[in-house]
Design a protein around this ligand. Structure first.
Ligand code: FES
Length: 157
């Protein structure tokens, strides 16, 4: 133990108390750990396994299954662009291609200055307001390339 902060460990334990098995607290525990560290290193996942008294392979397996958990360091801003059907037909793909050009990176990569990571993702569950993207915890809807450029410019400041 020692990778996760005491406050994160406390928070994970508190959540685990609410469930009949500690396994049920695994997803929120991974979220809490990622919120603190920015991504899930092996040592971080080991800490979660210790706190929840779960086999380490179980924690690695769940973290690997879900794309929302990052297994490598990410940029300060993680931009997830949806290119699934509703977003695709309303310009999501153009926005994704535009960001590839703007940043010079592909999905899963991070800009050299460590500011932006780009992810092409499946449905973000906000199809009625397509095209959409998510930056860290924030959603941006009914996007155009112009609006995307404005958002990126603000984040760069
Ligand atoms: S298809 Fe993009 S949010 Fe559902």
């Amino acid at each position: 133990m020692g990778n996760l902060s005491d406050s994160s460990i406390k928070e994970i334990k508190k959540i685990a108390e609410k469930y009949p098995t500690t396994e049920s607290a695994l997803l929120p525990a991974l979220y809490i750990a990622q919120r603190e560290k920015g991504w899930l290193a092996k040592e971080t996942m080991d800490d979660i396994a210790d706190v929840l008294e779960l086999p380490k392979v179980r924690v690695y397996g769940v973290a690997t299954f879900y794309t929302m958990y990052y297994k490598k360091p990410m940029g300060k801003y993680v931009i997830q662009v949806c290119t699934n059907v509703s977003c695709m037909i309303t310009g999501g793909e153009e926005i994704y291609e535009h960001l590839i050009k703007v940043f010079g990176i592909k999905s899963g990569e991070t800009t050299g200055d460590g500011l932006f990571s780009l992810l092409e993702v499946e449905c973000l569950g906000n199809c009625g307001n397509a095209p959409v993207m998510q930056i860290n915890e924030d959603f941006y809807e009914n996007l155009t390339i112009k609006v995307v450029d404005e958002i990126i410019a603000k984040l760069k400041k």
